[in-house]
Design a protein around this ligand. Structure first.
Ligand code: DLL
Length: 433
């Protein structure tokens, strides 16, 4: 099923023609209304009317998170404040919040795109959609909510927290779809099991999980534990919120990025040069229709690649590969670059290990150390100590083999790591504390 058949299946030439018209329009709008962009365009010697092809986008300056911070709160808004009907913000872990303004049309487009996304996951108006993303300034809750309502599904706006109660609601209201971060979904599942609620016995059939990185191994684990189709939803506050890109249940191979609203590029994060299709690099997004806070060539810091090959679902919009990490999530351990997801993939290859893990980085006698703490399931934990030690050694060896770093592995008993109600905290870097 498609939510907007015409737009989602636009032939590539029509899609590109539409993108160019919209790119020209957004350049004209930011140049006329946002002093920051006028200055940046002038410095680069670019007039909006000289953008004549999609390739010309490469002449435009990038926008970075710091630019939004520097213009806190409203400095990058492109319409008078009166036309802004909603503010959302992303706090992040460091620095000032980033504030985004939405006009009514932005809110409508957002609902349309999250509706497209949920439909791609297999959600329809017959579904009961339990939303456990946080509601508030974070875009997860309200974003998913708008899409589910637009489809006409029955929405349960649970938000995050009160985890035990949520497992009762899931059972009693008969939710068929769960939207939350993958780590919180696991937390809900664990709480359910403790309460005697097995997700496999519920009508639950789809999970729309995102807002944080997760791996294919974690997907398989969750699908098996919960008896659902677990699908990947991507987005970021700066660009809109959830629903920028979504995996389709038909192919489950990459996330369709709604190209009539966002123009994607993949760049080399160091040189800033565009990379050819298929290469992995930093995703850069230009908002083509946003009115409140349009952004030109926004550097997401997310690492992925673009796949323009046709998809079995019939959608023509490009697919981004499962996110490989963020350029700023990369740990450098004794000079070796390590992404948490690489370690997660290795963990998830082992029977009995849970996706609850934490990486502890420290520096001892001027040398970086990396400790991998992973919870094992109850059955394995009661196993012989020798078996556990062998497993620790096996993971250590695999990490050394694949990533070239020496680590210490600690298998922990179930529930020893703190659970998050939103995004999981995978890294404890004691070097900078
Ligand atoms: O996390 C928006 C969102 C809400 C997306 C609900 C999906 C579902 P921010 O808090 O601004 O917005 O964080 C955005 O989270 O740049 C990625 O690094 C990461 N992220 C989001 N979705 C995924 C995903 C929301 N599916 C940042 N896989 C992004 C990996 C993701 N990382």
């Amino acid at each position: 099923m498609l939510f907007n058949i015409r737009q989602e299946t636009l032939p590539r030439d029509e899609l590109e023609a539409l993108q160019l018209r919209r790119l020209q329009d957004v350049c004209a709008r930011v140049y006329a209304n946002v002093p920051f962009y006028k200055k940046r365009f002038d410095e680069a010697g670019i007039k909006p009317e000289t953008i004549r092809s999609l390739e010309d986008i490469q002449r435009l300056p990038f926008t970075e998170k710091q630019d939004l911070r520097d213009h806190y709160p409203y400095g990058l808004f492109a319409v008078p404040r009166d036309n802004i009907v909603r503010l959302q913000a992303s706090s992040g872990t460091t620095g000032k919040a980033v504030v985004l303004g939405y006009t009514q049309r932005d809110i409508d487009n957002w609902a349309e795109l999250t509706a497209r996304s949920l439909t791609a996951a297999g959600v329809s108006r017959r579904d009961i959609v339990h939303i456990a993303y946080g509601y508030g300034l974070f875009t997860g809750g309200l974003g998913a909510h708008g899409g589910a309502e637009r489809i006409g599904a029955t929405v349960v706006p649970a938000s995050g927290g009160a985890t035990k109660r949520q497992t009762y609601l899931l059972r009693d209201f008969g939710a068929t779809v769960l939207c939350c971060t993958p780590s919180y979904a696991l937390h809900l599942w664990e709480s359910g099991m403790e309460e005697g609620i097995d997700f496999r016995d519920l009508p639950l059939r789809i999970g729309c999980f995102g807002a944080e990185p997760w791996t294919e191994g974690m997907r398989q684990d969750m699908e098996q534990k919960m008896g659902i189709n677990a699908l990947n939803i991507y987005g970021l506050s700066e660009i809109m919120g959830p629903g920028v890109a979504m995996e389709c249940v038909d192919a489950k191979k990459g996330l369709h990025l709604w190209e009539d609203h966002f123009y994607p590029e993949i760049i080399d994060p160091v040189t800033g040069q565009q990379l050819p299709p298929g290469s992995t690099g930093e995703l850069v997004l230009t908002t083509l229709t946003k009115e409140g806070t349009p952004l030109i060539r926004y550097r997401t810091r997310d690492l992925t690649r673009l796949d323009f090959t046709p998809c079995s679902c019939g959608r023509t919009h490009v697919r981004i590969a499962r996110l490989e990490g963020r350029t700023d999530d990369m740990l450098i351990i004794r000079g070796v670059n390590v992404f948490p997801q690489q370690i997660e993939s290795i963990i998830m290859e082992n029977e009995g290990l849970s996706p609850n893990y934490q990486l502890i980085v420290d520096r001892k006698e001027n040398l970086d150390t990396l400790e991998i703490c992973v919870e094992v399931d109850a059955q394995l934990f009661c196993d012989e100590i020798k078996h556990l030690q062998n497993l620790e050694k096996r993971i250590q060896k695999k990490v050394k083999e694949f990533l070239g770093v020496t680590t210490r592995v600690r298998l922990l008993e179930p529930h020893s790591l703190e659970r998050s109600q939103g995004k999981a905290n995978r890294i404890v870097d004691k070097r900078i504390l």
